[in-house]
Design a protein around this ligand. Structure first.
Ligand code: ADP
Length: 588
């Protein structure tokens, strides 16, 4: 019943009106019938009484002793069941069809009798004192010279009329009750029927909630339900459009947040993180689900500098910026805090930029400038010193002048080599060096390079050897460029290995690549320098005096990478270094 309460809410007033109408009609009908029948009876009874007066009039006019009056009245009344009484105006009963005049004391005082005595016709309905039944009394005068000389009173029991009316009422009641039950049953049936527009509308709305299609037919009905359905469908259409728009906007924002390289964290006024994008998660190594376990800013970022920025944002209307280094990973971060006023004043957006790479590049650039100046200044300073010595008189000493000139020549060679290497590096870096790739065996790269450097190694009292199996698969490379890489590495090994040491050049197969290595027993490289030696001009401090340009390894790295390879170094100070590079085998 609860399910259709709305139907019942609508139906109940109608039901009440129907009930009232039914009750009214029943009451009216039963009243109407009663008075109709009673009037009819009264009319009939009056007619009968008139008839009796005509029969009794001669007897009354004959005067006492009124012989045979009872019989006349009895035969006139027949089997009608009426009591017919003849009485004089003084109330004396002179005849009765039932012969019961002795039982009657007096009829004077009865309203119908009083009316008849005064010459009119009287009628009354009341309960008979003797029979105890509702009875209709009619009295009609017998006139002589327009004067009542007697009157006939007829009494008819209304018991049969009352029982008929009672039956009629019962039938009416049964009819009304049946109609009511029928209407309730019809209502129930209709309320439950699928075609019921309210049920249909409810089902359609439920269906739409479940994502089903709307019932167009419903909106095409011409009635109020149709209008309601149409308005509802319009509303859902508009809602759907708005939801689609919002979803679209949300997806765009989510895509931006997800793909942003900068970290983003949204913090509420209580310091709880409400949103964190993947870049920020990665930056702070925080991968827990914030929806299930809410976390404060400090719990997520574990850096007081960031919390300070958030605090500053809370108390100021301006953007706050700070840069700091993370303690563990030593990442250099810049954080920008913005209070999201006016739209979301209780939220602060923290953006994180990882400036580690830029900072490194900045350092490299600074080092590069300082190294170039340093590298240029040394030969220029010695050139200056040599020319000054010559000017100050050494020219007059030919053997000394000759020596100085040869030193000057060496310095100029150094400068030329540095400039050449710089040019070479910038050409390789900008991809202007075309590679002449051919299929060669690794030994065709290793052997010529070792041969070129063997004299130099001998001079430095170093044992230079190589290990390159002849059956290694061929590689497709620019062999002169790869030899240049190996020569650079061997040259460094010679420079940084003390006399008596040894250098081993090798090539071996590893998965789908050939790995070339130059292993020395030299001075090694401190761990801090190891990661930076492939940068331009970078030199470990201990190598500062070695006279190199710091460009060799940088050039080597670029050449290896141009062959889709990789270069790396493993080293321990005072134990030696191994420089390796890999070249992928050609795809068969
Ligand atoms: P250069 O040798 O001209 O200084 P490189 O780029 O070839 O420049 O080398 C850069 C730095 O790497 C060197 O200055 C040196 O500190 C270090 N290095 C390179 N090879 C070796 C090696 N075999 N042993 C020790 N240190 C090395």
């Amino acid at each position: 019943m609860r399910r259709h309460s709305y139907v019942w809410t609508i139906s109940l007033p109608y039901l009440a009106i129907f009930l009232l109408a039914l009750l009214g009609i029943s009451l009216f009908l039963s009243g109407y019938f009663q008075s109709f029948f009673e009037t009819n009876w009264q009319r009939n009874l009056t007619d009968q009484a008139n008839l009796y007066t005509r029969l009794a009039a001669p007897i009354v006019r004959a005067g006492p002793p009124y012989t045979g009056v009872n019989e006349v009245l009895a035969s006139a009344a027949g089997t009608s069941g009426y009591e017919v009484t003849l009485l004089l105006p003084d109330g004396t009963i002179i005849g009765d069809n039932l012969g019961s005049q002795a039982a009657r004391s007096t009829l004077l005082g009865d309203p119908e009798v009083t009316a008849a005595i005064s010459g009119g016709k009287g009628a009354d309905i009341r309960t008979d004192a003797v029979t105890g039944q509702r009875t209709l009394y009619v009295a009609v005068p017998i006139l002589s010279s327009r004067q009542p000389i007697a009157e006939i009173r007829v009494a008819a029991s209304l018991a049969s009329l009352d029982s008929t009316i009672q039956k009629a009422r019962l039938i009416l009641l049964i009819f009304s009750a049946s109609a009511l039950i029928l209407i309730i049953l019809l209502g129930l049936f209709y309320a439950r029927r699928k075609e019921n527009p309210l049920v249909l509308l409810t089902e359609t709305v439920k269906g739409i909630n479940r994502g089903e299609r709307k019932n167009i037919q419903l909106s095409q009905r011409g009635d109020e339900i149709g209008t309601l359905a149409e308005a509802f469908f319009d509303f859902t259409d508009r809602m759907n459009l708005q939801i689609a728009d919002l979803t679209n906007e949300r997806m765009k924002l989510a895509a931006i947040l997800t793909n942003m390289t900068d970290g983003a964290i949204l913090v509420n006024s209580e310091g709880v993180v409400t949103l964190i994008n993947p870049a920020a998660r990665h930056l702070f190594k925080y991968f827990d689900n914030l929806a299930t376990t809410p976390r404060t800013l400090i719990e997520v970022v574990r850096a007081h500098e960031i919390v300070n920025i958030w605090n500053l944002c809370q108390h100021s209307n301006h953007q706050q910026t700070a840069a700091f280094e993370t303690p563990v990973d030593r990442e250099y971060l810049q954080v920008i805090g913005t209070q999201l006023k006016p739209s979301l004043p209780e939220f602060t957006l923290l953006l994180f930029q990882n400036l580690t790479t830029q900072r490194k590049l900045e350092t490299v650039r600074r080092d590069f400038v300082s190294n170039v100046s340093h590298e240029l200044r040394t030969p220029l300073a010695s050139l200056k010193a040599l020319t000054e010595t010559l000017q100050e008189g050494a020219l007059s000493d030919p053997p000394a002048a000759q020596r100085f000139l040869s030193q000057m020549d060496d310095e100029i060679d150094n400068l030329t080599q540095m400039v050449q290497e710089l040019l070479e590096l910038s050409r390789i870096e900008s991809g202007k060096v075309p590679l002449q790739k051919k299929l060669v065996s690794p030994s065709q790269v290793v052997e010529p390079a070792v041969q070129r450097m063997s004299l130099q190694a001998q001079r430095s009292n170093l044992n230079l050897s190589f290990d390159c199996p002849p059956d290694l698969p061929q590689i497709e490379v620019d062999s002169s460029r790869l030899q240049q890489v190996l020569v650079n590495l061997i040259h460094n090994a010679i420079k940084f290995t003390l006399p008596g040491g040894s250098i081993l050049v090798s090539a071996q197969l590893d998965a789908q690549r050939i790995i070339f290595s130059v292993k020395d027993t030299g001075i090694g490289i401190p761990p801090d320098d190891l990661s930076r030696i492939f940068e331009r001009f970078y030199k470990a401090d201990r190598a500062r005096s070695s006279g190199g340009t710091g460009l060799g390894l940088s050039i080597s790295r670029h050449l290896v990478e141009a062959h889709s390879g990789r270069i790396w170094a493993v080293s321990r100070p005072d134990e030696g270094s191994t420089f390796s590079f890999s070249i992928p085998l050609p795809r068969s």
